[in-house]
Each structure stands twice: as structure tokens, then as C-alpha cells.
Design a protein around this ligand. Structure first.
Ligand SMILES: Nc1ncnc2c1ncn2[C@@H]1O[C@H](COP(=O)(O)OP(=O)(O)O)[C@@H](O)[C@H]1O
Ligand SMILES: [Mg+2]
Length: 244
């Protein structure tokens, strides 16, 4: 998917080239939306419709929900990859953990706040480009918030497996504790972090204890952080997922 955008620069110098690139990108986005989003969603609708007419027990309901969850994650991963490609975001360059350590070193220098980074056994050697970038941005925003809002002295960042299939990220500070009153509208930083987690098929939580600090924690399906998304691996039809 990234290809036409990669050649865009070379071609866009001329009006003709620009129009050609736009046309190519439009066709590509339409194709990707069709193959990787619409197809999967249609399949899910049909499956759900069929399922509603069956006489089933609770176990079957749970199984069906599992299948829907798998497909939803696949659709999200596809959209995430497309947005990533459309934005033309560059990767981090170097490994994710190296980039985090470098950001932490810069943060410590600027802020005088001590940061411990723990990478637990089982954290993958390499993440895919979109995962690296989005996880990095989540950490970056967490650190920016700590510097601006927390009054913390110490921060701990932990990257590690939570189970066979899930990876977790936590950023803990010992500052004043974020106010998570639902009446307070969320800030743009918070919304951005949640969206990035969602694009990686994960979920992000922010908890604060008054006077005792803030914890940002996120959990992700490992498979979606590790594999380089490829058109073929993205969309397993629901019927096929069922057989597994
Ligand atoms: N680590 C933290 N400690 C204390 N307060 C925090 C922390 N992180 C965020 N906050 C509070 O939550 C608010 C929303 O944060 P955010 O969504 O990143 O928006 P912004 O940083 O632009 O204000 C902040 O204004 C701040 O009051
Ligand atoms: Mg912020």
C-alpha cells in the first residue's frame, strides 16, 4: 500500500504527475477499503445474521463473540495501516526500545525527573513500523504530561508480555495523580493516546490516585504489533477463522 505514496514525491513535480499519483492513491484506497474493510464487515454481518436464527447455548454465544472480536481487530488493523500509509509517517529508524531509551534520556535531561525503563523478557525484538511509531507516541505524550502536569520525581516505564498473546505497556509516575472525573472533558493528548492504542487493536487506561501518582497502561494483541501487516494476512474471512 505504501508504494504509490513513496513514489509521489518523485512524480508530483509536474501537474500530470500529480494527477496520476492522486488517481493511483484513490484507486488504491478504494481497493483496500473494499478488500480489507468492506469484505470483512459484510462477512461479519452475514455471520451474525445467521447466528441470530440458530438455537444456541451460552458457550456458542461466547465463541461467536470471539470470532467477531478477531474480525474487528483485523478490520482495525487494516484501517490503522491505511491511515499510517496515507499520513506518510516515517518509521522511527532503529529499534523501538532504542528510540524509547533515547527519548527517556532527553526527557531526564530536560526535566530532572528520573525514569526507569524495564523491558521484560518476552518483549519482541522487533515491532512492525506502525506499532513502533504509535507506541512511541503514546510514551512521548505520557512523558510530556508528566513533565507539564504531574510534579512527579520518579517515573517507571515497563514493556512486557501480559500473556501468551498480549503485550503491555505501563507508564507510572509518583506525582499528584491525574483527575479522572468523567465530568472533565478529555484533553487532545488523552484522545490521541487512546486512538493510537485503538489503531493497534489495543486499549489504554489512565488511572490517578490523588497525591499518589498516575498510571497509563495499555494492552495490545501481540500478533498485531509484531507482524508486518500484509494484504494477504490481514483479512481472514470469518468462516476460516472459525475453522481454526
Ligand atoms: N501524569 C499526569 N499527572 C497529573 N495530571 C495529568 C497527568 N497527565 C495528564 N494530566 C491531566 O490531564 C489533563 C489532560 O491531559 P492531556 O489530554 O494530555 O491534555 P493536555 O496535556 O493538552 O492538557 C492535563 O491537562 C492534566 O490536568
Ligand atoms: Mg498532554
Amino acid at each position: 500500500m505504501a508504494l504509490p505514496l513513496a513514489v509521489a514525491d518523485a512524480l508530483s513535480g509536474t501537474e500530470e504527475g500529480q494527477a496520476g499519483v492522486e488517481e493511483e492513491v484513490r484507486r488504491l484506497v478504494a481497493r483496500e477499503l473494499h478488500d480489507r474493510v468492506a469484505q470483512t464487515l459484510t462477512g461479519m454481518l452475514v455471520e451474525v445474521e445467521n447466528f441470530k436464527s440458530e438455537q444456541v447455548g451460552w458457550q456458542d454465544v461466547v465463541h461467536q463473540l470471539d470470532l467477531i472480536q478477531v474480525s474487528t481487530r483485523q478490520v482495525l488493523a487494516s484501517i490503522r495501516q491505511m491511515l499510517h500509509d496515507l499520513r506518510g509517517e516515517e518509521g522511527l529508524g532503529g529499534t523501538f526500545v532504542d528510540a524509547v531509551r533515547a527519548a527517556v534520556a532527553r526527557f531526564e535531561e530536560k526535566s530532572n525527573i528520573a525514569v526507569r525503563v524495564e523491558v521484560k523478557e518476552g518483549w519482541p525484538q522487533a515491532l512492525n513500523t506502525a506499532a513502533s511509531l504509535n507506541l512511541y507516541r503514546i510514551i512521548e505524550e505520557s512523558l510530556a504530561n508528566i513533565r507539564m502536569h504531574s510534579g512527579a520525581r520518579n517515573v517507571s516505564i515497563v514493556l512486557g508480555p501480559l500473556s501468551e498473546s498480549e503485550l503491555g505497556l505501563t507508564v507510572v509516575d509518583d506525582g499528584r495523580g491525574v483527575d479522572t472525573d468523567p465530568e472533565r472533558p478529555p484533553g487532545m493528548g488523552t484522545i490521541g493516546m487512546r486512538e493510537r492504542a485503538m489503531f493497534l487493536g489495543g486499549q489504554l487506561q489512565i488511572e490517578g490516585k490523588p497525591g499518589k501518582g498516575t498510571t497509563v497502561s495499555a494492552v495490545f494483541p501481540k500478533a498485531l504489533l509484531v507482524a508486518e501487516p500484509s494484504p494477504l494476512s490481514q483479512t481472514i474471512p470469518l468462516s476460516e477463522a472459525k475453522r481454526k
